[in-house]
Design a protein around this ligand. Structure first.
Ligand SMILES: Nc1ncnc2c1ncn2[C@@H]1O[C@H](COP(=O)(O)OP(=O)(O)OP(=O)(O)O)[C@@H](O)[C@H]1O
Length: 420
């Protein structure tokens, strides 16, 4: 009855299935076969009861075959029409391999297979260009600033000055180094927030005024004989009763020179010597120019204050530490000198101390040799030795330090008869 039912339904079903895909048709057939097999198995059971196992086995085989064919149709072979070909083991293995290969390949594929592979075209960024331009401008500005610093140092020929001082000032290497460091730092730029105030201190005859004279000569030569003031207290203001006049003179000279220097973008150099005898009223005037609350042009100036104040402290310190070789001026010595300077006036509070130390006998020999040559005399070594032997020395740790420095050298040489 079912058969007849299925045969009557077949055209309608067939019509529906024809629209469906082959896997659906395969499923329907499988269902039908299973039903038929079940039916025949039941019939056998009822009649003999024996071939149940073989019927089961054949049923399983049939189902697995159908499943395999179904799998093959849906997954492995893209056939247009379904068939009942049973796939062999080799075929299945081959299919597995193909599937694995396809999977592997699919992992690497980043581009569709039917188009050319090429890298995306890089877009030129405007921001990047602007950044590069900005970096170039900054580099140029830095380079320009460095060039300007060099320009300023060249303008004052500080290398030339250093060489002159090293050649003509004996036994004061540390003082010269310190002085040059300050000058190079300050004169590298034109605009400053404070004036440079340097104080030369040391015992008599060790080269403080000598160095001041060399500085004045140098800056006069590089600044067209202008913007350098040399002030000797005993010469320019010998009478204490004339202090008010001296004050007005000093103020006038400083202000006038600063105004002219500002127009030419130059830094004036003021050298004041013999400050140990300078009246306090005049020291007050100088102190006024070292203040920070002045108009800008007054902050661009170099002041050099020369005195033998603190000379005794330096002599004591050198004799006590004769065995030590200091690379820099010790802080302790600076403090000693500053203490005795403050007793005189507080204008040294803002000053950088440059201590000039005692000269050794070998430096005195250099002074004699230099002076003899200057005077056009024959530099006989035994003559120099005997002249240097006439001076007085402190003896400490096998070293001889001149008590009067090179101060008497000129006088001794002047007594010599010219060589004929
Ligand atoms: N270190 C030195 N190198 C070369 N020459 C020197 C040195 N010290 C002194 N002289 C010579 O001695 C002379 C006197 O020195 P200078 O006037 O510099 O002494 P000073 O240290 O200023 O002493 P004072 O405080 O007594 O004035 C100078 O003209 C110079 O010729």
């Amino acid at each position: 009855m079912e058969d007849s039912e299925s045969s009557t339904q077949a055209p309608a079903a067939h019509h529906g299935i024809s629209l469906a895909s082959s896997p659906v048709r395969a499923l329907i057939r499988m269902r039908r076969k299973i039903r038929t097999l079940k039916k025949s198995r039941l019939q056998l059971d009822l009649t003999t009861g024996r071939p149940l196992d073989s019927a089961k086995a054949s049923l399983r085989r049939q189902i697995s075959t159908d499943r395999a064919s179904l799998f093959k149709t849906t997954t492995y072979e893209k056939q247009q029409y379904f068939n009942f070909d049973t796939p062999t083991l080799e075929k299945l293995a081959l299919n597995n391999q193909i599937r694995k290969k396809n999977r592997k390949k699919s992992r690497h594929v980043l581009y569709p297979g039917n188009v050319r592979k090429c890298l995306p075209v890089e877009q030129k960024s405007k921001a990047k260009r602007c950044l590069l331009l900005f970096i170039a401008i900054v580099c140029f500005q830095i380079f320009n600033a460095i060039e300007n610093l060099d320009d300023n140092l060249q303008k004052y020929d500080l290398d030339g000055l250093e060489k002159t001082l090293q050649r003509e000032v004996f036994g004061q290497r540390r003082a010269i180094d310190k002085l040059m460091d300050h000058l190079k730092d300050y004169l590298a730029t034109h605009y400053h927030n404070k004036p440079l105030v340097l104080s030369f201190n040391g015992p008599s005859g060790v080269g403080k005024s000598h160095t001041g004279r060399l500085l004045a000569k140098h800056f006069r030569s590089v600044m067209d004989n202008d913007f350098v003031l040399q002030y000797y207290t005993m010469h320019n203001c010998p009478d204490e009763n004339d202090v008010a006049k001296c004050q007005a003179e000093v103020s006038g000279m400083i202000s006038e020179m600063i105004s002219r220097a500002e127009i030419e973008e130059k830094i004036p150099v003021f050298i004041f010597d013999e400050l140990e005898v300078m009246p306090v009223a005049l020291l007050d005037v100088l102190h006024g120019y070292f203040q920070l609350n002045q108009s800008n042009e007054y902050l661009n100036a170099v002041y050099i204050l020369i005195s033998n104040i603190g000379g005794n402290e330096i002599t004591k310190f050198v004799l006590q530490n004769s065995s030590k070789d200091f690379v820099n001026v010790p802080q302790e010595l600076r403090h000693l000198v500053l203490t005795s300077l403050r007793k005189q006036h507080f204008l040294w509070d803002v000053a950088e101390i440059v201590p000039f130390t005692l000269l050794e006998k070998r430096h005195i020999l250099d002074c004699f040799l230099d002076e003899l040559l200057r005077e056009g005399l024959y530099p006989d070594h035994s003559n120099i030795e005997s002249l240097a032997g006439q001076l007085r020395y402190y003896t400490k740790e096998n070293k001889e330090y001149s008590i009067t420095g090179c101060k008497q050298v000129v006088a001794k040489v002047n007594l010599l008869q010219p060589y004929t």
